[in-house]
Design a protein around this ligand. Sequence first.
Ligand code: PLP
Length: 391
Amino acid sequence: MADHLMATYNRLPVQFAKGEGIWLWDSEHRQYLDAISGIAVCGLGHAHPAVTQALCEQAATLVHTSNLYGVTLQGQLADRLCELSGMQRAFFCNSGAEANEAAIKIARLYGHGKGISCPSVIVMEQSFHGRTLATLTATGNRRIQAGFEPLVRGFIRVPFNDLDAIRTVAGNNSDTVAVLVEPVQGEGGINVPDAGYLDGIREICTANGWLMMLDEIQTGIGRTGEWFACQHGDARPDVITLAKALGNGVPIGACLAQGAAAEVMQPGKHGTTFGGNPLACRAALAVLETITREGLVSRAAELGQRMHSGFSSALAGLAGVSNIRGLGLMIGIELDRPCGELVSRAMQGGLLINVTAERVVRLLPPLILTDKQADMIVEQVSDLIRDFLAG
Ligand SMILES: Cc1ncc(COP(=O)(O)O)c(C=O)c1O
């Protein structure tokens, strides 16, 4: 079967047949604890009854009509997301990359509106924004760009967590119209900026008339212990992009905007066939309702602290562990050496984890973990790291 799939992925030798809560079962009935949630997607775990019920009801009622017509559920989802985020308008699409494409197009329209014919967006080193041509250009990773040149014009790259670098661009490049940044870099290695970084970006953007655009595709929908990671501070962005956990596995992305950024899109400027169809919006509404009802945003903060201090004591003083960091249930443990093989070692022990940026063990567990399950992950991952560093 795999012979007919394009070779875009190096897949692990397992195929899952069933999921329930934090657990997955493979085709040979082996059970795994999913501490990566389909890369920050299944925040409510697998087959959550509220999402399943919403999907079944909606599938039996109306799946798709297109954006030629009004979609009631789209309006309801936009209302709820704007209420949670303080934004004013939403555009719905199908993935993170598309949400960021919408943001980049908003920035360009905004720039053209100010008479800037070749507008530029500031982006960060080590960032990840997707695999379309514009979003891979925005991504701060040469390996992701290589082979796809010519890249898209109109991006200026600066180091992450460096406000002076952004100020320098402000002084030198009058075509700049926006900053696009992840509040915590996910694929780049769970890189948490200094407190005040986002507030500083807000200040610079306001002073220069730029849009502050946050890619919350990995950090959003409760994962970091706030609905949106920017809510750990005071900065209110102009644009927030979302995807991943919004549909708990049903593909949906969103680009939220406020102020001038919310006004630039006009009929004919952007669109998508599937984006915001009734099925995806119903799933997302069920996700938001469930997270709210079950208090999972504050739970993510609690669990994150518990796991962080669990790792800090389990790995204390262990040579080879460079850093333990994260925000809420976005957890990174950086080792002093490449550690990709930990993924298959963990899998053999029935645990799904991820390694990113070569040396960072990344955990993105579901928000529905019990304390006991969180402790179990800490113990298992710490044992794995200890054995790996010893061997
Ligand atoms: C921060 C961030 N932005 C954008 C994307 C791209 O999302 P998608 O794969 O849904 O296009 C990802 C995916 O990992 C991401 O983590």
